[in-house]
Design a protein around this ligand. Sequence first.
Ligand code: ATP
Ligand code: MG
Length: 486
Amino acid sequence: MEAEPPRRRPGSGPAGWWRRRSLRFRLTATASAVLALALAASAYVFVGVLGRALAGTIDDEVYQRAREVVALADAGRLGDRIVTTDNTIVQVLDASGRIVNATPGTDRLVPLLGADRRERALRSGRPVFLDGRPYGIPGPLRARVLSADAGRTVIAARSFTEVQGSLTATGHVLIVGTPLLLVLLAAASWLVIGRTLRPIALLRRGAAEISGTARARRLPVPESRDEVHSLATTLNDMLARLEAADARQRALISDASHELRSPLASIRLQLEVALSHPEGQDWRETAEGVLEDTMRLSRLAEDLLALARLDEGRTARREPVDLAALAERAVERHGVTGDIAPGVTVDGDALDLGRVLTNLVANAVRHAASTVVVALRAEPPGAGSPLPGSGTARGRGTAGVAGAGVAVLTVTDDGPGIPAEDRERVFDRFTRLDSARSRDEGGAGLGLAIVRDTVRAHGGTVHLEDAAPGLRAVVRLPLAAPETSR
Ligand SMILES: Nc1ncnc2c1ncn2[C@@H]1O[C@H](COP(=O)(O)OP(=O)(O)OP(=O)(O)O)[C@@H](O)[C@H]1O
Ligand SMILES: [Mg+2]
């Protein structure tokens, strides 16, 4: 076995140090580093361009002076002394290299440039630098060499010190000013980034204050319409959803406990009474009473279990189920009227679908005045309305199945019916309209909730409608595809 390579501890080294810095620090440092580079580069380019421009001006003037002297020399109007208006110095050399003319105060014995350099400058036609100190001029000189008639050479030169001075002054300003500017910009970035990040800090603090129990809290939403704003809104929406789910869960627990309490209290009371007066007690009657309450308890437990299973989104099986046979069985068991087309088959779980039928028929029987009719038919594809809920069916692909048509199951009674405004509400868990009566006859109010959840899990829909008189429950389920129903 190969030894595992030593894993680098995260957070060690400079990269780790960097990652441990605050976001504010890292953003400011990165921005400042980029700025420093940009400022340094632009200062360098600026000094270069300025130097070249100033040198160009000097070179132009020197060249101009030299041209004038050449013109005079060629015209033979060159006096002994050359007069220039600016402080350009000029020497005119004859063919043998002797100085024949010069500006006043200029050395008349030694040429500004030796023969070699003169030669090279002439050939290149470019200005050259030379040291001014031997000629009593501090700093370097910029010189230009031109040739005139009769083998004469004209050398014109001018001090470069001014340009150097300007460049040095500019350099000083930049050396002091650039870091100062950088510090100012870094401070501004630090402040702006800090201000930008403040809502995030507030969000974090708000989130830290939300405890598990007091969920009714919201994160602070900044006024600006930026990314932090949408983050806060999204998180608040999520909190609201969690809160609603939490509230539903609490309500379910409290409702369930409430429902458990009365049969338990009843059992306890019956047993206590029987035990305190054992003589002359009809134990058979007591046992029957206790059994009845126990059955209520076990039905409640089963219903809660069925709902929990549906909530988890897992259904036991998915196989072709003969809905017609299931309906026939329910009709027989409850002794109601049937109007059932044979061979209507859907895909799903027979136990779950049987519970749907039982719950609907039990409700109808309980409320009917005289008759209950269970009807089942198959609608071909395209007939009637499609399955509006099929697209949102949990955990089941209904596309293709719905294309095979729809099974329509109705349970109709001639009882009091349900007012239109309550026909949706009764599908909620633990919702009973006739609560006083249901204490004895009805259940906990879970029947229709289980029906809706089961039908939805099968990719179908269920609704209640007026049967005038009475109520009709309509269940629509996608028919099984023909090849699977065979
Ligand atoms: N066929 C009907 N006619 C009139 N009212 C009905 C009918 N079916 C249901 N209801 C009303 O809707 C309520 C909810 O029905 P649901 O089946 O969910 O609960 P339940 O029958 O009271 O209890 P459970 O089904 O859990 O034993 C009932 O309490 C009743 O008031
Ligand atoms: Mg019921």
